[in-house]
Design a binder for this molecule. Structure first.
Ligand code: FPP
Length: 261
């Protein structure tokens, strides 16, 4: 299915967000506040990942996207980076069967060329194994950056034009979005960031154009089913206008010429 851009057409609004994207922040601070090493926050964070995947699958969210490692996270101390890599690989090895038996499709997005070939193969096999699953699509963003994504899409389009397979006139928001790493998913309805910071940190820069933002001070290791429910309750109270006026929405869009998607 091809998903078009929220700036080209107006998405329908559902009670349960179709796509939730999360920046799982606060692992280190959770650990430090308990006088534990930062890495124990990441281990505990993985437990929260399991719980939130389960909750999203149960409530009927179609897409869950988790920012596991940003293109800027390489700037962390070497030990922490290698621990995060190790945690990612071992989680992938251990959890894939569990995801598969729960009809969850796994996708990994980001510049994977930076990973060891063994890790790239593991990702490839996990994606192939779960490719036919029709429940939740879980996307792990690893060595991902929103700017990297926009650039890699731009390069592909430029190459198509150079090869004579497209023209500059063919480049528009919908055709551009089809070259983004997550072209298979609709734009996120709800973006959650835990840990108290209120920024996007180079996450899905293109796709967050009309996403509802929810920030919580709760550290990621403590983000659970109840916290997710709070985020969704807040989301339900939002008026998603996509550029329209409130009056237009209450008039049930009478006389408004809209292209829905
Ligand atoms: C941010 O917390 C968290 C990360 C950079 C890594 C997220 C990783 C996990 C939740 C565990 C593994 C996940 C998967 C999908 C295998 P932080 O370290 O920036 O916390 P701080 O802001 O308190 O320092």
């Amino acid at each position: 299915m091809i998903h078009t851009s929220s700036t080209v057409c107006t998405p329908s609004v559902t009670d349960v967000p179709r796509h939730i994207a999360i920046i799982m922040d606060g692992n280190g601070r959770w650990a430090e506040s308990r006088h534990l090493p930062r890495v124990s926050g990441h281990i505990k964070g993985l437990e929260a990942v399991r719980a939130i995947i389960g909750a999203c699958a149960t409530q009927g969210t179609a897409f869950l996207t988790l920012f596991a490692f940003s293109s800027e996270n390489w700037r962390r101390p070497v030990d922490e980076v290698s621990f995060l890599m190790h945690l990612f690989i071992s989680a992938l090895e251990r959890e894939i069967l569990h995801l598969h038996t729960n009809d969850i499709r796994l996708r990994v997005v980001g510049d994977l060329s930076m990973f060891e070939s063994r890790t790239q193969e593991l990702i490839y096999h996990a994606e192939v194994k779960t490719a036919g699953n029709t429940g939740l699509t879980l996307t792990i963003a690893a060595n991902y950056g929103g700017r990297w994504d926009i650039l890699q899409a731009t390069r592909k389009i430029a190459q198509q034009c150079i090869d004579g397979n497209s023209t500059i006139q063919n480049v528009n928001e919908s055709s551009f979005a089809q070259h983004l790493a997550m072209a298979y998913a609709p734009e996120p309805d709800l973006f959650i960031r835990t840990g108290g910071e209120q920024r996007v940190s180079n996450f899905l820069l293109w796709q967050l154009a009309y996403t509802e933002f929810y920030f919580t001070r709760v550290f990621w290791p403590e983000f659970n089913d109840a916290e997710l429910s709070k985020a969704i309750a807040a989301y339900r109270k939002r008026e998603r206008r996509f550029g329209r006026t409130s009056a237009q929405l209450t008039q049930k869009l009478k006389n408004v010429d809209l292209i829905s998607c």
